[in-house]
Design a protein around this ligand. Sequence first.
Ligand code: FES
Length: 141
Amino acid sequence: MNQNREINRRTLISGACALLALTGLGTLPASASNGIRKLSNGRVSVKLKSIPELASVGGTVGIGEVKGKPVAITRTGNTSYVAFSLSCPHQQVTVSREGNGWKCDAHGSEFEADGDLVLGPATKRLTRVPIKVSRGVATIG
Ligand code: FES
């Protein structure tokens, strides 16, 4: 009886791990992974056209870590983009996508897609990260 229970628990845990691996939780967005490359200096390069989330103005996507911190890119115009940290300026909890913007689940701060502050307790927008775009490739960090 106890042996069957242990086997069922193992089956459940291994199934959950397989599901997490398939969904890519905790990694770069699957749709963006081919166009994102970590550079030796800690910066990240992004082939902008390879990321569907950035196909239209207002599109935003987390690109993983830049110099050890989670970062997102938002398209702000036909040829303009901003990059910003996903660490909440209130107490540095990582924010997540919510509607068209970002939200911090710790205390409820909300941000626009480009990181501008909508609702506190944070008192400022998500911190901008340097971004340079040349020939369709963004270098971030
Ligand atoms: S850490 Fe984000 S609102 Fe407090």
